[in-house]
Design a protein around this ligand. Sequence first.
Ligand code: ADQ
Length: 738
Amino acid sequence: MNTRLIIVSNRLPLTLRKGDDGHWTTERSSGGLASAMNPILSKSGGDWIGWAGAGGEEDQEQQRSILQDWAQKEQYFAVELPADIATGFYEGYSNQTLWPVFHNFPSQLKFDAKGWEAYVEANRIFCKAVVERYKPGDLVWVHDYQLILLPQMLRDQLPDAAIGFFLHIPFPSSEIFPVLPRREELLEGLLGADLIAFQTHGHLQQFRSTLLRVLGLESKISEVAVGSRPVRLEAHPIGIAPDGYTDLASRDETTARHYAEWVARYRGRKMLLAVDRLDYTKGITERLRTYAHLLRTHEELKEKVILIQIAVPTREGIETYQDLREEVNRLVGEINGKLGTPDWTPLVYINRSIERAELVALYKLADVCWVGSLRDGMNLVAKEYVACKAAGDGVLVLSEFAGAAAEMGEALLINPFDEERTASTIERALALEEDERRERMKRLHGRVLHNNVFRWGDRFLAALQEAVSARGRYSDNQPKRLRAAEVVDAYRRASRRLLVLDYDGTLVPFAMQPWQATPPPAVLRLLATLVREPRNCVALSSGRTAEDLDRWFGAIRGIWLMAEHGAELKSPLQATWEPLRSEVSSDWKSTVMPILEHFVDRTPGSFIEEKKYALVWHYRMAEPEFGAWLANELVSMLEAMLAETELRAFLGEKIVEVRPVWANKGEALTRLLPASSPPDFLFAAGDDRTDEDLFEHKQSEAWTVHVGPGPTRAAFVVPDFASLLRVLEMFAKEDQPG
Ligand code: ADQ
């Protein structure tokens, strides 16, 4: 890849630390991100922008010279955060507000406005640093929850830059995300990117429902339009750099020495291993309680098993983490004190970072690796363990709430909250038959080696480049203002014309109540004139019921009517309505109706309209913001409920409509087309989302016209219904003799 890369993350792979002698030194940073990104950058080349991890005001000179050294030798560029900003940003909003909520722990949320301001300011400082280093053509890759506002800040300054964002942690449930203070700003910040990628499809889906619920923004499975700019949404599970583990496991001397020593020390015992940062999302206390339960209930395991728990200290300035540390210390003491014997310490607890060689020796040694995250973006420990098991021994026990579970189905999966069942799974893992064990591990090993961090990086960067080129296609497709002279000219020259017109909002303005929208005589006269012309075929396609359309337009001879968004059609040659599908059941209405009724109860001024194929909740008369907010909530709720059915919930102009997915204007049009010989002039006009189905169907060969503001797939736009009527009047005049 020739394009230069700018990686932006909270921490650089190096940390500034003040030694006991008062001198500043350089240390390698620990944690998943550094392990993942280092190999990619050394392969592709480019800059890494991040925080050096220190906020000291003294010894500026000495600190600066170290940072300059990093920039020259490694292309690592440190942003400098003033101490109070760093604290509010990192320990405040990032780790006490975002971290708990993104891991579905809203009860741990702590918020203060100062922390938020520091978060905004820190993102601004990062933005400035990127803008300084940016050269046109660079790809900017922003990492993780500390920098959520950065994509939009960068977009404002560098409108054409290619900006990708990867979220390493999970995206929370769409029920939980809205508890976040400043939630709108966060989503808007992310949407500045060209590509937003998550660890799993599950996280991506939650993001999509959140966009709908919080911003009222509908999205497709892999894309969301922000005005006229597409933002691509993808899932890219992160991998590891396997060589960094397999090489040590197979031929490193230090690793081999540790391994030999421990094999001798623990001979005759089964070894369980857990490796985590000391974080409440990792399920450490749950694991220790489960282990205690296992030992208490299985006398035969006494003196036969040992659990090694490695817990790297992390975020020690935060109270919750101090509490966790105390609780873990207490449990460790209790387990060893109450269950141990003079010859056996059941739990080995190591509360510090260890060298990679030691870690790999432990992975080699462990009969079972026990990953018990309560929630985790991916969990690299699971993959590192598997990478060290080339010979196929060892069993991975993995929490189903870690992102890794989505691709490591051969592991024994656990619900870490269920201590009893987890204990049984550990027991099973210890006793797993050799054939099964090898079979499972072999498959896992192959996959971890294959789906490695390099493929992850390549896939992310390829997707980012694709997203940027799609941007161009998108803007070429932007609708143009409809020019009356041009369309009238095409109309004049055509010998077979098809006009498909929506009604409400297109030919007439919206009425407060649906039954008030009776067509004015001028509109009826206009339609009748257009229909009378032998070269024309005119269809009125509306969300209205067959009865409404019959009552209002039944007298216009020769008009096609499409009711309920095309669920039923009436041709000018027939007196009866024909449904688009035969044998349609409406049993679903009895399930959906009570939900809508509940929303009516909550929303003064709203009401339900029952149609033959659909139920509609109208909230035009309700307080606008409250109505819109409830509408988003209703659609999110119905979407989840209707996922497996042919029904969908649609947001329309101050309505939420539930109807079968096949009842749409695009489908109905295909029914109408063969009935007439193919037209050489197709004109379709509409104002809302139901008309988009029609526009999408006929994008290239038709005059598709969107009425009013808002995004559209139509080729042309007019500002309002009156402008459209003027064009139709001009059509009608063309056909008048003289
Ligand atoms: P983390 O929460 O840091 O990462 P994880 O994926 O498990 O979680 O990565 C931890 C890393 O630290 C591993 O590479 C591990 O080997 C290393 N490590 C752990 N304990 C250690 C010790 N005592 N000594 C030395 N090294 C140790 C975040 C998200 C994860 C996501 C990663 C990568 O929370 O869900 O998998 O980013 O995207």
